[in-house]
Design a protein around this ligand. Structure first.
Ligand code: HEM
Ligand SMILES: *[C@@H]1O[C@H](CO)[C@@H](O)[C@H](O)[C@H]1NC(C)=O
Ligand SMILES: *[C@@H]1O[C@H](CO)[C@@H](O)[C@H](O)[C@H]1NC(C)=O
Ligand SMILES: *[C@@H]1O[C@H](CO)[C@@H](O)[C@H](O)[C@H]1NC(C)=O
Length: 319
């Protein structure tokens, strides 16, 4: 574990300073075959976010769901067919947003350099662009992911549920090679987004055998959440007070017992993660640094190379 982290740190440093590559991925992967690939994706994403800033959260979440299931291989974009129900149709796809931005970038790339740039790289670049557009850290990522050929609804069971407690989250992220600190940093990705009532209503009534309402919720904030839910399961609440902004206010809200999901507030409740939450609430620069490192690492999860994958012509279908 420690060796892996040291390796990643060294790798991150060498990759940002040179053309050094690992897993066949590299910073300059497209420099010969499609030199403007990254710029095209970044421009497309920035343009889309100028007209709808709420999509930043959608694109960040899409990359997470992609990487956690089958690796970062754009399996999240595949449509179901008559023989296969894809990840997309899982209730856990919950309101994923931003597919049209990925398709727009892909269309432009296919006309400039057909068959070269993978959908998985577009999703990864879109997420980093969204983070910096929203005011978070700017960081560069290696490219060269290939697109996968498998997308199954049953795999989405491996996405974390908002009812998990801190120990369960630590365990689940550990299975993907992340430390508790990295898990907390990654949870900070919630800062620009929203959750729908259906994701937190279990906290508001029949919570557990001894409490009707989750005792970890501040009483005023409880009213806010209940008000959201009075509009129905699909009404949403922003994770923090600075909607669309990527900042550390998410952690400030946890300190005030105003976390939206049970899985958010548990990070403060548990002694194993509380210090990390307090640290990020106190020091945004530290949150940004840890977040970008953890995102870089997430972007390498089970990456497919060479013949293990393909470059899809249409992101929603295997070739
Ligand atoms: C720690 C475990 C995590 C759990 C249990 C979790 C769960 C959730 C849930 C339930 C929602 C609300 C969905 C809805 O109601 O429509 C959500 C939203 C979101 N999640 Fe997570 N998530 C986790 C980690 C992450 C990570 C690691 C990232 C990215 C790096 C991420 C990015 C997002 C974003 C940006 C949103 C807002 C989406 C939007 O506004 O459209 N989450 N998450
Ligand atoms: C997500 O899954 C639901 C079914 O649970 C489906 O109705 C919806 O179309 C899916 N969303 C997307 C964007 O594919
Ligand atoms: C977290 O949940 C697991 C499984 O439900 C339970 O065994 C454990 O005691 C919980 N941990 C805490 C700190 O509540
Ligand atoms: C959240 O709710 C607001 C106000 O009702 C709505 O305008 C917005 O589209 C919703 N966002 C999402 C992602 O559903």
């Amino acid at each position: 574990m420690a060796t892996w982290n040291l390796f990643l740190t060294i790798m991150a440093v060498s990759m940002t300073t040179s053309g050094w590559s690992v897993y066949g991925l590299s910073m300059q992967y497209y420099s010969m075959a499609c030199p403007f690939a990254e710029q095209i994706v970044r421009d497309t994403v920035n343009r889309a976010l100028r007209s709808d800033p709420t999509l930043a959260a959608g694109l960040i979440r899409m990359h997470f769901h992609d990487c956690f299931i089958q690796g970062c291989d754009a399996s999240v974009l595949i449509d179901s067919t008559k023989d296969n129900v894809a990840e997309k149709d899982s209730p856990a796809n919950l309101s994923l947003r931003g597919y049209e931005v990925i398709d727009d970038a892909k269309d432009q790339l296919e006309s400039q350099c057909p068959g070269v740039v993978s959908c998985a790289d577009i999703v990864a670049i879109a997420a980093t662009t969204a983070v910096s557009f929203a005011g978070g850290p700017y960081y560069d990522i290696p490219k060269g992911r290939k697109d996968g050929r498998i997308s199954k609804i049953q795999d989405t069971i491996n996405l974390p549920s908002p009812t998990l407690n801190s120990s369960e989250l630590i365990k689940m992220f550990d299975q993907h090679g992340f430390t508790a600190q990295e898990m907390v940093a990654l949870s900070g990705a919630h800062t620009p987004g929203v959750a729908r009532c259906s994701s937190f209503k279990h906290r508001l009534s029949n919570f557990d055998s001894t409490h009707d309402v989750d005792p970890a919720i501040d009483t005023q904030f409880l009213k806010t959440l209940s008000k959201t839910c009075s509009g129905g399961d699909n009404k949403n609440k922003t994770f923090d007070t600075t909607r669309n902004d990527f900042d550390n206010d998410y952690f400030n809200q946890l300190q005030m017992k105003a976390g939206v999901l049970f899985s958010d507030q548990t990070l403060l409740a548990s002694p194993r993660t509380r210090k990390i939450v307090n640290g990020y609430a106190f020091n945004q620069a530290m949150f940004f640094m840890d977040f970008q490192r953890a995102m870089f690492k997430m972007g390498l999860l089970d990456v497919k190379e060479g013949s293990k994958g393909e470059v899809r012509a249409d992101c929603s279908k295997i070739n």
